[in-house]
Design a protein around this ligand. Structure first.
Ligand SMILES: Nc1nc2c(ncn2[C@@H]2O[C@H](COP(=O)(O)OP(=O)(O)OP(=O)(O)O)[C@@H](O)[C@H]2O)c(=O)[nH]1
Ligand SMILES: [Mg+2]
Length: 367
């Protein structure tokens, strides 16, 4: 696939520079996954967002000039832009104006494999687009090919409002049917102890899934590799446990995606135990935990029993770091593992078994 070139733009309050730096780094990684090279990053310090132009009209003009000079395909804002911002910025900037939501949707569009994931992604994309078209009927004609316009479904995304709405209704109906089939399938699973792997994208959920269930699902350093829910049985100390891997979370996960992926995310709601997989080799992993907690609350799984699986301990710079982490989290439901080397996996199995025993003591489900 032909790679595109982009400028990234972020706004930082003077007291939040580090936070913005992290977020921009992540956006650059997202763009890389989406097939876009970042050729320049502009961070503008300002206290307040400009209501009309997000970064202010003068700055928008500068960015437009830079976009011309650097001959980029897109300017990507590390934000969730309002439809009005997009319209106004597009009137000044001569190339595609995109935001973080567009990028995440684009990756989802590229990675959607199953019929269900494809419907869910297209639904989210169309809803996102419809919101923009309400403000700016010309929004789509300026987009051009590549990032921001790829879709998993049969529609080219450049269609008008009425047809988008009709397509949304059609997709919703289709999704309902797929959901029904899924519900039928998962009904029997209630009799088993169900564990769901949740966590930030790229935390190592699929790698752990493969280790626990001896499967070979796709693992990749790229973001959002898994967009479907896969369930496999594992035998842990003689107990049958159903383990599900699912779509990862990220900060500012677009609401359209959370809504569209409701049925995929349902596994977390239905699980008897959540394993929150955390990449502790990231210096800011505690922030990832916050994002995951918030997302779990958003999908109504905030109060589930949880065990934190601190993963990738093989990447910690020293054993001393590991010991310090262990001290810091002593007394919490935390297990330290490396899904890659297998270290700590026995401790994790012990932990899962503990919860299994507790679950088993409860009365069986009826109906
Ligand atoms: N060094 C090391 N790498 C790991 C470990 N666990 C996973 N990885 C790597 O981290 C990357 C992401 O792993 P995945 O299992 O695909 O992560 P995921 O959470 O399923 O990610 P998404 O499906 O994209 O949300 C891959 O390159 C893995 O090889 C680990 O314990 N140690
Ligand atoms: Mg995965």
């Amino acid at each position: 696939m032909e790679r595109e070139r982009a400028i990234v733009v972020a706004v930082a309050r003077p007291d939040a520079l580090a936070e913005v730096q992290r977020s921009v780094d992540e956006l650059v990684e997202l763009l890389d996954t989406a097939g876009v090279d970042v050729v320049d990053i502009v961070v503008q310090k300002r206290r307040k967002i400009d209501p009309a132009y997000y970064i202010g009209k003068g700055k928008a003009k500068e960015i437009a000039e830079l976009a011309r000079q650097l001959d980029v395909d897109a300017v990507v804002f590390d934000a969730r832009l309002s439809p009005k911002h997009v319209r106004n910025l597009s009137s000044i900037i001569p190339v595609k104006v995109l935001d973080r939501v567009d990028v995440i949707l684009d990756i989802f569009a590229q990675h959607a494999g199953s019929a269900e994931a494809k419907i869910q992604v297209e639904l989210a994309q169309l809803q996102h687009r419809l919101a923009r078209l309400r403000v700016d009927p010309g929004a789509l004609s300026r987009l051009g090919g590549g990032i921001g316009t790829r879709g998993p479904g049969e529609t080219k995304l450049e269609i008008d409002r009425r047809r988008i709405q009709a397509r949304i209704n059609h997709l919703k109906k289709k999704l309902k049917k797929v959901e029904k089939v899924r519900q039928q399938k998962t009904k029997q699973q209630r009799y088993f102890f169900r564990v769901a792997l949740v966590g930030y994208t790229s935390a190592g959920k699929s790698t752990l899934m493969n280790r626990l269930t001896k499967s070979r699902f796709k693992e990749s350093p790229r973001l959002f590799t898994t967009l479907d829910t896969f369930t496999r049985a594992a035998w842990i100390k003689g107990a049958t446990v159903l383990i599900s891997d699912t779509v990862g979370f990220i900060s500012n996960l677009p609401t359209e995606l959370v809504a569209a992926f409701r049925s995929t995310l349902m596994v977390a709601n239905e699980a008897d135990l959540l394993l929150v997989v955390v990449d502790v080799s990231k210096p800011d992993f505690e922030r990832d935990i916050e994002v995951v907690e918030r997302t779990l609350r958003r999908i109504g799984a905030g109060n589930k029993p949880k065990v934190y699986v601190f993963n990738k301990i093989d990447l910690l710079p020293s054993r001393y770091m590991l010991e310090r982490l262990k001290d810091r989290y002593a007394g919490e439901e935390v297990v330290f593992v490396s899904a890659k080397t297998g270290e700590g996996i026995e401790d994790l199995k012990e932990k899962i078994y503990e919860y299994y025993v507790r679950w088993k003591e409860q009365p069986a489900p009826t109906g």
